[in-house]
Design a protein around this ligand. Structure first.
Ligand SMILES: [Zn+2]
Length: 314
């Protein structure tokens, strides 16, 4: 009897030991699994973006702090004042450029976590002002109480100075596009590009007054070209921020594409973007750009987008 009991006890002990070992192995596998999972999370592509976001926000917060101190020290305490006009300080403009660059980065998909961003749309119109189309675009924007950006051609502004003044007086953003849109000349060298930009700026100042300023720039044809760095370096050293686009209505993809083509193209190219920076043209030939614009605006409004000019990024 005693022997039998001892045998049973031994068997039970063995069984418990086996169970313990099994449990230990299970726990080991579980812990290893968690470690691998955490590592996989850390090395996911989102991490790089998050780091980028974090650095950007840090820089932005530092800049904001810096400017706030500046305001304090200069006793600009009247919050009702238009600080932009009051603070004649390069750092304020540096901050602006930084924020603008962030919008460009978002819009260009260089930071791809679009779903975290507020829904904003920056409609931009190139190559005006024109005698017919620009005015109609302005009417539509006014009816909808929204702002947009016009990248203008200096030579056209000389032809239609009143239209340029209307853009300005109605509170839209004005950016430099070119003086005469002559690709071969503009892109022959950075010096030629600079001369083109300065000519355009001079023209705008002659119409809008010497106080007119802008740091918004759009490369004719966009910045998508080989050896673009030397041109990008030049415009940045001149203090400009350049804007390409992440959406378009395709009005340059034919003489005057149909309304439905333009609306579909716009929706197709903007899909997936919370920050939409779109390219359209306000030249007279593009009549369907005008007639399809109200529907495009209606859809964006319905989806909860806010409309802004690129000069209003603060
Ligand atoms: Zn153009």
């Amino acid at each position: 009897m005693d022997r039998e009991n001892r045998y049973k006890r031994n068997q039970r002990k063995k069984l418990y030991r086996r169970r313990r070992i099994f449990a230990l192995i299970l726990a080991g596998v579980f812990v290893a699994g968690i470690i691998l999972f955490v590592k996989a999370l850390k090395s996911s592509p989102n991490q790089a973006e998050e780091n980028l976001e974090a650095t950007g926000l840090d820089q932005q917060n530092q800049s904001v702090q810096y400017v706030e101190n500046l305001i304090k020290n200069n006793n600009f305490l009247d919050l009702g004042m238009n600080l932009e006009k009051k603070i004649e300080n390069e750092n304020y403009y540096a901050l602006r450029s930084f924020r603008q660059q962030r919008i460009v980065d978002h819009a260009m998909g260089r930071i791809t976590r679009q779903n975290n961003l507020k829904k904003e749309v920056f409609l931009t119109f190139d190559d005006g002002p024109s005698s017919e189309s620009t005015g109609r675009v302005l009417d539509i924007l006014k009816e909808n109480h929204i702002k947009a950006t016009f990248f203008v051609v200096g030579a056209n502004a000389e032809y239609y100075p009143e239209v340029l003044k209307r853009i300005y007086n109605e509170g839209h953003s004005i950016g430099i596009h070119t003086y005469d849109h002559n690709y071969r000349k503009i892109y022959s060298s950075p010096d030629a590009l600079q001369e083109d930009i300065e000519n355009c700026k001079k023209t705008l100042k002659s119409i809008l007054g010497e106080d007119f300023e802008t740091n918004l720039y759009r490369f004719p044809g966009g910045s998508y070209r080989e050896n673009k760095e030397i041109f990008v370096d030049r415009i940045q050293s001149m203090g400009y921020v350049y804007f390409d686009w992440n959406a378009l209505n395709g009005d340059a993809e034919g003489k005057n594409p149909s309304e439905s083509y333009l609306i579909n193209r716009f929706n197709e190219t903007r899909s997936g973007y919370n920050v939409v920076l779109s390219l359209m043209h306000d030249t007279n030939a593009k009549t369907n750009t005008i007639s399809s614009l109200p529907e495009i605006i209606r859809q964006l409004k319905e989806e909860g987008y806010t409309f802004k000019g690129l000069g209003d990024i603060n």
